[in-house]
Design a protein around this ligand. Sequence first.
Ligand code: 13P
Length: 257
Amino acid sequence: MNTRYRKTIIAGNWKMNKTLTETRAFAEELKPILGRPKWCEVVLCVPFVNLQAAGRLFKDAKVSIGAENCHYESSGAFTGEVSAEMLKDLGVKYVVIGHSERRQYYNETDFTVNKKVKAALDNGLRPIVCVGESLEQRELGVTLELITYQVKCALAGVPAEKMRHVVFAYEPIWAIGTGKTATAQEAQEVCQTIRTIIRKLYGARVARAVTIQYGGSMNAANAYELLSQPDIDGGLIGGASLKADQLVEIVNAANQE
Ligand code: 13P
């Protein structure tokens, strides 16, 4: 983390979890124990159907709301899809783009990720752009090349002045939901590489202001060490973000740093 130049963001990605009733119960539990974190922004990315309620439930808390996906077109014949403009109109601030589960199960490609990043930015949303390698790719030794390719594709056509709204999340696929975390050194190496690519594309000033998160089995026990790395500015948290007390412990780790 480097709180001098950029914001630390602890974001929960709830994936396809929690009904409205469960979301209400979570808010009741979280608010009294979260307090008002000083050094980091807390974000909850929740299923579309609960976005509006979450906005209301967390209105009096220091929690921003994010969606987990959006379409790249602003409107039209795309049955079942939700546009960035619709999200913005609901008061949503962040949107996760290109999560590996969407790349794997819903044919998300680097090309659609790029279109979605631009749609999000054009509508005043902050994209949390996910990149990461599979176990096979790590074992082949192509992780940094792959990340470079993913980051460059995601940012094609994004102007420098919009870069302060972009967040990256490095999520090694082999660490997601497996209980297997990248070591702090492995995560730092990739997050540093992401910043280097941004520096080459946009210059040092832009690069040092971009928040880069780590995601993949982050929890209360490993958060502090990961967040102590100079280029890891937060977390994108799945499983542990579903439990209010565990999320708060991670937020506290970010505030300790
Ligand atoms: P877990 O924290 O459950 O491994 O999930 C990480 C993730 O995919 C966040 O987007």
